[in-house]
Design a binder for this molecule. Structure first.
Ligand code: SF4
Length: 227
């Protein structure tokens, strides 16, 4: 399994905000968001091929109860089902952070689904060569419905501007999702941008009855690896 990094930190986003967790970041993604904050796991996937045994040994080293499998896109990784089964056997609470374009019958306690809005399409990067694939794959309604019905979930959206809300509302309605499980987060990789966008986003959450999440790890540690 190609792994970009394994580290112990505090969950900085979503319904488990603040939970001490071991993060396992897989490398490789089928999307190319223009604002991706982990390009080393998507645009230029780096990492090491590790055996499941080595990954599990590293995870166990931290004595944590919670494991977050993130990426990249974990659901396209070979052996992900087996990996989650083994984590479950060891008693971990498992969160999987996915864009929700692929379904695999993994073991998972919180499916953290982050469908990518049109604000993510990379029209200008690398001459726009990834834009068509990204646009074709980014929303897979049948996969999203299956994930939502199979797992406890949160639907986490990255919001760049207030105009994004119409797209979110429409998708949440189409999926018949529970709005208490819809989490909005401002796009940004520095505290200043996040603070400025969070002010109007919090207002939107009040009106729409969606949850608001900060990006706590950016505030605490800045936009860097291993946190
Ligand atoms: S889906 Fe996630 S990892 Fe993949 S490009 Fe988008 S933000 Fe990056």
């Amino acid at each position: 399994m190609k792994i970009s990094e394994i580290f112990y930190s505090i969950q900085g986003e979503g319904m488990l905000l603040g939970t001490p967790s071991v993060f396992v970041r897989t490398s490789g993604c089928n999307l190319r968001c223009h604002w991706c904050d982990t390009p080393y796991a998507s645009w230029k996937p780096e990492g090491e091929d590790l055996y499941l045994g080595s990954i599990l040994a590293e995870v166990r080293r931290y004595w944590a109860d919670y494991v977050v499998i993130t990426g990249g896109e974990p659901m396209i990784v070979k052996d992900m089902v087996r990996f989650t089964q083994q984590l479950k056997t060891l008693g971990f609470h498992i969160t999987i952070e996915t864009a929700g374009t692929v379904f695999e019958p993994v073991d998972c306690d919180l499916m953290s689904i982050s469908p990518k809005l049109s604000n993510s399409t990379p029209t200008t990067i690398e001459g726009g060569r990834w834009a068509a694939q990204h646009e074709r794959l980014r929303i897979q309604p049948e996969v999203l419905k299956k994930l939502i019905s199979a797992y406890p979930y949160q639907l986490k959206f990255v919001v760049e501007e207030p105009g994004d809300i119409a797209e979110i509302r429409s998708l949440v309605d189409d999926l018949n999702a529970d709005r208490r499980r819809v989490v909005l987060m401002a796009e940004g990789t520095d505290s200043e941008t996040l603070h400025e966008r969070s002010l109007w986003l919090a207002d939107i959450c009040r009106e729409e009855k969606y949850r608001f999440t900060p990006r706590l790890h950016i505030d605490l540690y800045g936009n860097r690896r291993g946190v």
